[in-house]
Design a protein around this ligand. Structure first.
Ligand code: FA5
Ligand code: MG
Length: 437
């Protein structure tokens, strides 16, 4: 209730997060419903499915080879989150429409990779696992939530300390030591492509990249085999970001392919910038909720935030005895109430009947998502664009979104759904300047 109120709007306001005060500026766009979720840290809440999933993955990446970091602060610099990873200045992820900023140079991390460079620099162990809450302005549906949990894993080898300086031999010897499994994994992607990635060829030999790729794949296979014995899995080529030979892993679930992780051989520039130029290795980043949804058969990502005992009690005692792990039994599904809202976008410049100008607008769908979440909170199941068109004469653009209001815990009354929808409609007009049709 009233979660959009008390939102500091002046440039001089301060916000307190985990006991630290931060000065906000015109970049500040983190609403109270996000800030209030920061202390939840579901990955540290015993018997929570996100915690259990972290435990299971950690068991596949054992200490002391891997060191676990589970309490890094979510407030990081734009340097940590983007620059340290080589994200270009115009990368869309940096936009205020995609990321929650505290001020121009401070934000809520959008991924655990924000800690990659610092962890490489600290160089405490060959491998690490970082589990943490991460924050993104994103779409609203059953597999996306603005706060979720990621686990990042990495393993590095040091040219200076491997026997005879032979990294490839050292990595293959580590591959030999990995446990074996007898599950067949379909993977049409060879571990190394000679034609790709000229940058890495300055730093790695093909034999080194191939050995590291093999260690990465074998390690991820072990994880996947541990988690899903029955799911169908595919490795697909992904967009290159800050890893080479990038791959993402998708799992077939409830009739759809669900993306669960991204991974690859770490770009050497990262190690160089982190002051450990003689290291080389791999990294992956996984969405813990996505894994937990598959593992426990949890149909909606909002359930993770539920404090309803009918949800939480189903996992009681599992952290201490993984043998008790069983699939989630959904409690009753309450009726959904879909409502449409159609509006004309505001033109950026005064259109004055000029069709070309009227066609220009400064509209981002994530702003619609954010307004709906801010008002309806966890009572919205998904928001979908169902229609859009441009008026042939005026050039004005119209959008129609369908908002499905559905609580996971009770039946909504007509009156409260109508009230929420009216408030959403009003906020769209007030904050985005749209005109309701
Ligand atoms: C990353 O965040 C990279 N940092 C991962 C990485 C690490 C790649 C190290 C290479 C080396 P991506 O944006 O794809 O990648 O997110 C990783 C995973 O987070 C996705 O596969 C998905 O499982 C999960 N995820 C992404 N957005 C959401 C969301 N809104 N809600 C829930 N889970 C999400
Ligand atoms: Mg995404």
């Amino acid at each position: 209730e009233g979660i959009r109120e008390n939102w500091p709007s002046t440039a001089e306001a301060k916000v307190e997060i985990n006991g630290n005060k931060y000065k906000t500026d015109s970049w500040f766009n983190t609403p109270p419903n996000i800030i209030s979720n920061i202390p939840r840290r579901l990955h540290l809440q015993k018997d929570h499915p996100v915690y259990i999933t972290r435990q299971i993955i950690e068991s596949v990446f054992p200490a002391p080879t891997y060191k676990y970091h589970n309490t890094f602060d979510p407030v990081v610099s734009t340097h940590q989150n983007f620059d340290s990873l080589g994200f270009p200045k115009d990368h869309p992820g940096r936009a205020k429409t995609d990321t929650y900023y505290i001020n121009e140079s401070t934000l809520l991390r959008t991924h655990t990779s924000a800690h990659q460079a610092d962890t490489f620099r600290a160089n405490l162990s060959p491998g690490y696992l970082i589990s943490a809450d991460v924050y993104r302005r994103d779409e609203v549906d059953r597999s996306h939530y603005p706060v979720f949990h990621q686990m990042e894993g990495a393993h590095s080898w040091d040219r200076d300390t491997v026997p005879n300086g032979d990294v490839a031999a050292a990595v293959w010897s580590d591959v030999e030591k990995l446990p074996t499994h007898d599950t067949k994994v379909e993977d049409p992607n060879p571990p190394f492509h000679a034609e790709r990635n000229p940058l890495q060829s300055d730093h790695h030999s093909a034999a080194e990249a191939e050995a590291i790729g093999a260690h990465l794949k074998r390690s991820l296979e072990l994880m996947v085999v541990e988690i899903f014995t029955r799911a169908k899995i595919a490795a697909k080529k992904a967009d290159p970001n800050f890893v080479d030979e990038p791959l993402k892993l998708e799992v077939y679930y409830a009739g759809d392919w669900l993306e669960v992780l991204g991974c690859g051989v770490v770009q050497q520039s990262l190690y160089i910038n982190a002051g450990v130029p003689n290291q080389l290795g791999w990294a992956f980043g996984i969405g813990l909720e996505r894994i937990a949804m598959l593992l426990f058969n949890i149909p909606d990502i909002r359930l993770f935030w539920s404090r309803d005992e009918r949800f939480l009690n189903q996992f009681a005692g599992v952290s201490d005895n993984l043998g008790l792990l069983k699939r989630f039994v959904p409690f009753s599904k309450y009726p959904g109430c879909p409502k449409d809202v159609s509006f004309w976008l505001k033109a950026t410049s005064s259109a004055g009947g000029n069709a070309k100008q009227a066609n220009k607008h400064d509209f981002h769908e994530n702003d619609v998502m954010e307004i709906v979440r801010g008002i309806a909170g966890d009572v919205v199941e998904d928001v979908k664009l169902v229609d859009q068109f441009t008026h042939p004469k005026s050039g004005r653009k119209s959008m129609c979104y369908r908002i499905n209001y559905r609580s996971l815990e009770r039946t909504l009354t007509n009156a409260e759904t109508n009230d929420m929808h009216d408030r959403v409609t009003k906020a769209l007009v007030d904050e985005l300047g749209v005109e309701i049709r």
